[in-house]
Design a protein around this ligand. Structure first.
Ligand code: AHR
Length: 667
C-alpha cells in the first residue's frame, strides 16, 4: 500500500516540473507599465452556448464522505460486520457484572450481513455495550434522534436500557425495552437529549438475567435532508443544494474501481433495505500509509437510489460512473478478461433501465418499488474512473459498442487517466478521438501555478472532437497528495482562473467538478477538500465559494472578450450573457497583490446605462482560509455599483474573484 501511495504521488507529480519551469514574472506586478487595461465585451455577438449543467459536483466516499458524513447514521459498525466485529464498540462490564458477549451468525437477520451480537448477563449488575459513533456522536439538545435495534430474545426476561450519554458520562436520555420474542423484531425509540454534547455515545445495558441477540443498532437524527427517515445529514446536503450543481458524479473516483475487482463498487448491492446492503471495506481505509483509517467501511446506506433521489432534489443531472472491468491501476490493476466483460456491461444496461425504464421493465419495477415510479431521466454514464493503457481502450470500446446500440441517447463519459498531460494521457486522448468518444474526463491535481499557467489549455481543442469533462481538479498548496495541503484563497483563485478558461471554451468543455467534495476534520485521508465537516459542524472553503460563484452566475452564452494591455498583470477574465435575467456576467480573477484598474467596454448593447452589481470574494492574504470558527472569512459579498455606462472603470481588488453582473434591458 505504501508503494501504491508513492506510485500515485509520483505519477501525479510529473506535472509539477513543467509548471515550475514557467517563470511567473507576471505575478510580481499588478499595474501594467504599458497603459490602461481594457476589457472589451461584444455583447451583441454571443459565442458558444454554456451547458446548463456546466458546473457540478463529484461525490466519493473518501474522508468519511458517506459513512460518518453525508449518510446520517450515527452508530459505527451497526451490524457487527467489520472484520473486527467489535470495532466501534466497547464492552461495559462494571466490577459486579457477570456476563459475556459473542459475535455469531447462525439464524442471522439477513444473509448479506450475517453477524449479530449475543449478549448474556447473569444479572448481578447492568452489563452491555457502548457505541462511540464516528469520532463521537454529535448530539444537539434541540434535535431528536431515532434509535432502533433488531432484537431476538434467547433466554430469560431481561430488560435492555438504551442510553444516550455525554462525553463526561452523564446521561442525556434513556429508554427501557422489555418483552423480547423468539424471532427478530425491530424496536425503536426517539431520544431528546437534555443537553448538547459533541462526543456523545450510545449505551445498551442489560438489566436482569438473560440472553438476547442484537443487530442493526442504529441512531439517526430525526431531522435529515427532506426529513427522510434513515436519510442524509441535512446540513451537508444543504451545502450541496446551495451550490446549485448542474450534475453529480457518483460514486467515484477510485471507489468505483476497487483495489481489486471483488472490492469494486457494485450498484446493485446498494439498493433496498439497508440490512441487505453488503458491507465492504472502504479502499481509503488502507490506501495511504500516512493516513490509515482502520474503521472506514462502506455500508452503502447512501446507495444508488439515494444518489438519484439527491440529484433530483438539488436539480443536478446524475452522472453515475461504473467499473469497466479494471481494478485501480495504482493498486492491483486486476483486469476482467475481455471475453468475460458481459456482466459488467449488463450492469450498465440494467442501470439505465433502473434509472429510465418503465415500471413494467425488470429494473424500472425495482425503482418503482423503492418509491420512485417516474424515471430519473438519466442522460449520461461514465465508463471507468482513472483507467489507462490499451487495456482501457479495449474495454471502453466494448462498453461503447453495446451501450450505444441499446441506448444511443445516453452520453458516455470515458477517461484519460489521472493526469492531464502525461504519457498515459498522450496515449488515450488520440485513441478516444479516433473512437469518436462523446465526452472525455480529464483530471488534474497540481500546484496553483499550473492552474494559472494553463488557462488557455482548451483554446485550440477541436470543437468537433470529443467534449471535455474536467471531472476532478483541485489546486494543491503544498504538493500533490500531501497531507499539508490547505484550502487557501490562492488555491481558489487558481481554480477560478482555470474555470474562466473552461468557460471561454464552453463549446469544448461541457462540464467540470472539483475534487474531493467532503473532508471530515477528524477522519480524512485526502486534502484539500471542498467542504469540511466534523460530526456536527460544517464550513465551505474558498474553493467552495469559487464553485458557487461560477454555478450561480453561469450565463447562457459566452461573449467575446478582448483584453488590452493585460501583460504584466495577473488578471483572468471571461464574459457571458444571462438571457433570462438579461445581464452580462463578467468573471474576473485578480491574483495580484495590488488592485487592478480596468476600463470595461460593453459594445453592442441597446441601452445606454445599466444597473450593475459586484459579487466579490477576497481576503487580506492569499494564504487565508476558512474554519469552523470563521466559516466565512473568505466568502463572497455583494456590492451594489449602481448604473454604469457602456464604458466604465472598475478596480478589481487584490487577491480576488469578482463577478460583475450588468443588466442590459433598456431603462
Ligand atoms: O479525489 C480523490 C481521488 O483522486 C479519486 O478517487 C481519484 O479518481 C483521484 O485519483
Amino acid at each position: 500500500m505504501q508503494r501504491a501511495f508513492f506510485y500515485s504521488s509520483l505519477m501525479k507529480l510529473k506535472l509539477l516540473p513543467v509548471c515550475a519551469l514557467v517563470a511567473i514574472s507576471a505575478f510580481a506586478a499588478s499595474i501594467p507599465a504599458s497603459g490602461e487595461i481594457n476589457f472589451i465585451v461584444d455583447a451583441g455577438h454571443p459565442g458558444a452556448a454554456i451547458n446548463p449543467a456546466m458546473w457540478g459536483i463529484f461525490f466519493e466516499d473518501i474522508n468519511f464522505g458517506a459513512d460518518g458524513g453525508l449518510y446520517a447514521e450515527m452508530v459505527e459498525n451497526r451490524s457487527f460486520e467489520f472484520p473486527d466485529p467489535m470495532m466501534g464498540w466497547i464492552k461495559i462490564s462494571p466490577s459486579l457484572a457477570k456476563g459475556e458477549i459473542s459475535v455469531r451468525d447462525e439464524g442471522s437477520l439477513t444473509p448479506a450481513n450475517p453477524h449479530y451480537l449475543r449478549v448474556h448477563s447473569e444479572g448481578a449488575a447492568p452489563f452491555g455495550i457502548c457505541n462511540t459513533g464516528f469520532r463521537g456522536m454529535g448530539l444537539n439538545q434541540n434535535e431528536s434522534y431515532r434509535f432502533s435495534v433488531e432484537i431476538r430474545g434467547v433466554a430469560g426476561a431481561p430488560a435492555l436500557e438504551a442510553q444516550l450519554m455525554a462525553e463526561d458520562g452523564s446521561e442525556l436520555d434513556s429508554t427501557v425495552l422489555t418483552n423480547f420474542g423468539s424471532g427478530w423484531q425491530q424496536r425503536a425509540f426517539v431520544f431528546h437529549p437534555k443537553a448538547s454534547d459533541w462526543r456523545g455515545r450510545l449505551n445498551i445495558l442489560m438489566n436482569g438475567k438473560g440472553t438476547v441477540d442484537l443487530d442493526m443498532v442504529s441512531l439517526f437524527p430525526e431531522h435529515t435532508w427532506k426529513d427522510r427517515p434513515g436519510g442524509l445529514r441535512a446540513d451537508m446536503a444543504q451545502m450541496l443544494a446551495d451550490l446549485k450543481p448542474g450534475f453529480m458524479r457518483f460514486p467515484g473516483g477510485c471507489i468505483v474501481e476497487g483495489s481489486q475487482l471483488d472490492r469494486r463498487y457494485q450498484w446493485k448491492n446498494t439498493l433496498g433495505p439497508v440490512g441487505d446492503r453488503h458491507l465492504l471495506i472502504n479502499r481509503w481505509n488502507y490506501e495511504f500509509v500516512h493516513r490509515p483509517t482502520p474503521d472506514y467501511f462502506q455500508s452503502f446506506g447512501l446507495g444508488f437510489f439515494e444518489f438519484f433521489q439527491l440529484c433530483e432534489d438539488i436539480g443536478a443531472q446524475p452522472l453515475p460512473i461504473l467499473n469497466c472491468g479494471m481494478a485501480c491501476q495504482f493498486n492491483s490493476g486486476e483486469l476482467c478478461p475481455l471475453d468475460q466483460l458481459e456482466p459488467y456491461i449488463q450492469d450498465a444496461l440494467d442501470l439505465i433501465e433502473f434509472a429510465n425504464g418503465p415500471e413494467t421493465s425488470l429494473w424500472g419495477a425495482k425503482r418503482a418499488a423503492l418509491g420512485h415510479r417516474e424515471p430519473f431521466n438519466m442522460k449520461m454514464m461514465g465508463v471507468g474512473n482513472e483507467q489507462w493503457g490499451h487495456q482501457y481502450i479495449e474495454r471502453y470500446a466494448k462498453f461503447a459498442s453495446a451501450l450505444k446500440k441499446a441506448h444511443p441517447e445516453i452520453m458516455l463519459v470515458s477517461d484519460t487517466g489521472p493526469s492531464p498531460d502525461d504519457e498515459r494521457f498522450q496515449f488515450l486522448w488520440p485513441k478516444l478521438q479516433e473512437l469518436r468518444a462523446d465526452m472525455v474526463d480529464q483530471h488534474c491535481y497540481a500546484n496553483p501555478r499550473w492552474f494559472f499557467e494553463n488557462t488557455h489549455r482548451y483554446d485550440n481543442y477541436d470543437s468537433n472532437g470529443p467534449k471535455v469533462f474536467m471531472g476532478e481538479y483541485a489546486a494543491q498548496s503544498a504538493a500533490v497528495v500531501s497531507p499539508k495541503n490547505r484550502n487557501t484563497l490562492e488555491c481558489a483563485l487558481a481554480e477560478a482562473a482555470y474555470m474562466i478558461g473552461l468557460e471561454r471554451n464552453a463549446a469544448v468543455v461541457r462540464m467540470a467538478s472539483y475534487a474531493p467534495l467532503f473532508g471530515n476534520v477528524d477522519a480524512w485521508q485526502w486534502t484539500p477538500n471542498l467542504i469540511w465537516v466534523d460530526n456536527h459542524r460544517i464550513y465551505g472553503t474558498p474553493d467552495y465559494y469559487a464553485q458557487q460563484l461560477f454555478s450561480r452566475n453561469r450565463g447562457d452564452f459566452v461573449l467575446p472578450l478582448a483584453v488590452e494591455n493585460q501583460t504584466g498583470t495577473n488578471l483572468f477574465a471571461s464574459a457571458a450573457r444571462d438571457d433570462e435575467r438579461k445581464e452580462i456576467i463578467l468573471k474576473v480573477v485578480n491574483a495580484g497583490s495590488l488592485p487592478a484598474l480596468v476600463t470595461i467596454h460593453l459594445d453592442n448593447l441597446p441601452s445606454r446605462s445599466r444597473q450593475a452589481q459586484a459579487i466579490i470574494m477576497t481576503s487580506a492574504h492569499a494564504t487565508d482560509e476558512n474554519s469552523f470558527d470563521q466559516p466565512r472569512k473568505v466568502a463572497p459579498e455583494t456590492v451594489a455599483i449602481g448604473k454604469v455606462k457602456s464604458k466604465f472603470h472598475y478596480s478589481f481588488r487584490p487577491n480576488s474573484l469578482t463577478v460583475l453582473r450588468i443588466g442590459f434591458e433598456r431603462d
